[in-house]
Design a protein around this ligand. Structure first.
Ligand SMILES: Cc1ncc(C[n+]2csc(CCOP(=O)(O)OP(=O)(O)O)c2C)c(N)n1
Ligand code: SF4
Length: 493
């Protein structure tokens, strides 16, 4: 028999319950601690694990579902909020395009139970079709956007998001990025606070967005924005870290640790919310330094706002508008701006990663399907899933790919425009259920002369094997009806 001595680190950890969490796990934890009762999502890298993590919490605490697409997920969360419960929807950035119609109206309606939308952007396009910036959606809809810079803040800001949602009667976006979603760091966790349902509040003027009700709601939204700005003037989620006065840096989210790594002693204003922005605080900060730099990934959202305030901010002329940042990129920007001296004779010891283009797995069922597709000589409108990789050599079986569910509509258009080849659409099972069904109905209704190939591998493979309405299992692994795919894909069963 031997005794295992507890290390100091383990003892400290037990004392205040810290644990290593990814950003996605921390968002899930924050939602759970905030008393979320309903959570819904459609998978998409880098956001997928938020719902997978939430589904590990007790079923008595919350209902969690894979929805058929992001709009359905947001509508489910909105419904729960109407009913008076705290609710979360999560999705990748392009998912918000799918959910945008509900999102824009909900911005006018506001909430009953706290409503949080966790959206994960993908700067650098690690696994996406574009790198759009969700902060612009926040600005577009006049909705608060909180930006965590590490896993601890992901938990804390998600918790806070539910409180602010109810306090200001607004949906709140928690914006992550791939780097936050997938990196793990130590997080101090807390207890769950139960929030009893507030019950449905019958108020058609607020809940039913006909023009007569929506017109006055627009004023309410603008007043809410003003109140949020006022709150952000002194909110502790913004941090003014003093340093030298020759220049200062305004930043938010995962850019903050890069700035700190490169400039440990510089003056920094770290914003906890990237929309809306607190005018007074920004003015005071910018007056405290000679030059102001904005370090933000993707679009110049904060920089433009500073310029609109008449503040001479510098940013995108030194820091790229595309791709993911790193300490090296941030350092290069400050060197180019002349804010810091170039590091003399520096040697990079970072090994160059070997380029490994994505390929279909050995033995993938999509391979033989696309050998047949290519042999058919058809014009092929493709869709999004593992099978999109069939566009590459040696299969070269797809001619176009736009967005999830576009294949059938694109094929209808090609056929109606008189493409010289027979037209085919190829679409996976999850994608078909997500966005393909309305287009298939369109094809039947308008009698389009196309062939639709439904590539049913019985799973959402590309994002890691999630269930969907055709697999016969729910997010929590419960048996579920799978009538649609059964009828269309397995008539012999
Ligand atoms: C609007 C949107 N939501 C989510 C995603 C992430 N995503 C890409 S393909 C895909 C589903 C793929 O499943 P399926 O069509 O069944 O094809 P498989 O990968 O299994 O071959 C998902 C969820 C996305 N790209 N766009
Ligand atoms: S994970 Fe994707 S590429 Fe691999 S076998 Fe499954 S469908 Fe094919």
């Amino acid at each position: 028999m031997h005794t295992v001595l507890q290390t100091q680190e383990q003892a400290d950890e037990q004392a205040q319950d810290t644990r290593p969490l990814t950003g996605n796990e921390a968002i899930a934890r924050g939602a759970w601690e905030a008393g979320v009762r309903v959570a819904a999502a459609y998978p998409g890298t880098p956001s997928t694990e938020i719902l997978e993590s939430l589904a590990r919490y007790p079923v008595e605490h919350l209902y969690a579902e894979w929805s058929t697409n992001e709009k359905v997920a947001l509508d489910v969360a909105i419904g729960a909020s109407f009913a008076g419960s705290r609710a979360l929807a999560s999705m990748k950035h392009v998912g918000l395009n799918v959910a945008a119609d509900a999102f824009m109206s909900q911005a006018y309606i506001g909430v009953n139970g706290g409503l949080v939308l966790a959206v994960c952007d993908d700067p650098g396009l690690h696994s996406s079709q574009n790198e759009q910036d969700t902060r612009i959606y926040g600005q577009f809809a006049t909705v608060l956007v909180l930006e965590p810079s590490d896993a601890q803040e992901a938990l804390d800001l998600t918790r806070l998001a539910f409180d602010l949602s109810e306090q200001f009667d607004t949906m709140v976006i928690v914006r992550g990025t791939t780097r936050l979603s997938h990196t793990r760091s130590r997080v101090t966790v807390g207890e769950r606070t139960e929030h009893l349902s507030r019950g449905f509040v019958e108020n058609p003027a607020k809940n039913v967005m006909i023009p007569a009700h929506a017109r006055p709601r627009h004023f309410v939204v603008l007043d809410r924005e003003a109140r949020l700005k006022q709150y952000l003037e002194t909110a502790p989620i913004n941090r003014w870290e003093t340093g030298g006065t020759s220049f200062g840096v305004v930043t938010a989210g995962t850019c903050y640790p890069y700035v700190r790594e490169v400039l440990p002693n510089a003056s920094v204003l770290k914003l906890g919310a990237s929309w809306p922005l607190p005018e007074g605080l920004l003015r005071r900060y910018c007056e405290s330094v000679d030059r102001v730099f904005v370090v933000e990934e993707l679009e110049p959202v904060i920089e433009k706002e500073l310029r609109a305030l008449g503040i001479k901010a510098e940013g995108k002329e030194f820091f790229p508008r595309t791709g993911e940042f790193s300490p090296e990129i941030v350092r290069a920007g400050f060197e180019k701006a002349g804010a810091i001296e170039p590091r003399a004779g520096r040697v990079s010891w970072a090994p160059e990663p070997l380029a490994r283009p994505p390929v279909l797995c050995a033995g993938c069922p999509h391979t033989s399907s696309f050998m047949a597709v290519r042999a058919s000589g058809a014009r092929v409108a493709g869709d999004i899933g593992c099978y999109t990789l069939a566009c590459l050599d040696p299969l070269r079986g797809i001619d176009t790919m736009v967005s999830m569910g576009s294949s059938i509509g694109n094929a209808i258009g090609m056929a109606m425009a008189g493409d010289t080849k027979p037209v085919m659409a190829t679409i996976g099972d999850s994608t078909f259920l997500h966005g393909g069904i309305p287009a298939l109905i369109d094809a039947v209704y308008n009698q389009a002369n196309i062939t639709v190939l439904l590539l049913d591998n019985g799973i959402t493979a590309m994002t890691g094997g999630q269930d969907h309405p055709g697999t016969g299992k729910t997010l929590r692994g419960k048996e579920a009806p799978r009538s649609i795919m059964k009828r269309w894909c397995a008539p012999s069963e």
